[in-house]
Design a protein around this ligand. Structure first.
Ligand SMILES: [Zn+2]
Length: 152
């Protein structure tokens, strides 16, 4: 299960009642993206929530793919966002706080922790592969990326 399947909409019940409908708790579920981020339901939300939803749409749903919002860009960008926060030195708990402030989303810090661990392992595997292929530049690049993720 991808980490983006474990990112949830904060105040889910409250939003559902403002919108007078039900939608999945998972932020990246197709129905949630449709309803919250590409539908015209925004007007029914209070202004704080509207701002967060618009920020989310601007930052993650701004691609022109034909299959938008199901093209996977939003998920990729969100993963990038998580890795950047980690590179800035945020730990799992702080990352959960930041996504709450930025986009009114939440996750369990244990899930964020395993995601970060997994990302480091993936980088390690890629690093080993690059070594075998003796592609030094790429290896250094991955090494730097890993160091950014593990420091902090
Ligand atoms: Zn796209």
């Amino acid at each position: 299960m991808a980490i983006t399947d474990k990112i949830y909409v904060k105040n889910h019940r409250q939003l559902a009642s403002q919108l007078e409908t039900s939608f999945p708790k998972s932020a990246f579920a197709g129905a949630t993206l449709d309803l919250l981020f590409t539908g015209d339901s925004l007007a029914n939300l209070d202004s704080t929530t509207q701002d967060r939803v618009l920020d989310f749409a601007e930052d993650f749903l701004d691609c022109d793919c034909e299959s938008h919002p199901y093209c996977g860009c939003a998920e990729r960008k969100f993963i990038q966002y998580l890795l950047e926060l980690r590179a800035q030195g945020f730990g799992p708990d702080a990352i959960v706080d930041v996504m709450g402030d930025d986009y009114m989303l939440y996750a369990y810090s244990g899930d964020i922790l395993s995601f970060l661990d997994q990302s480091v392992r993936t980088l390690e595997a890629a690093e080993a592969l690059a070594e075998i292929e003796a592609s030094r530049d790429r290896r250094d690049e991955l090494h730097d990326a890993k160091r950014e993720l593990t420091n902090g």
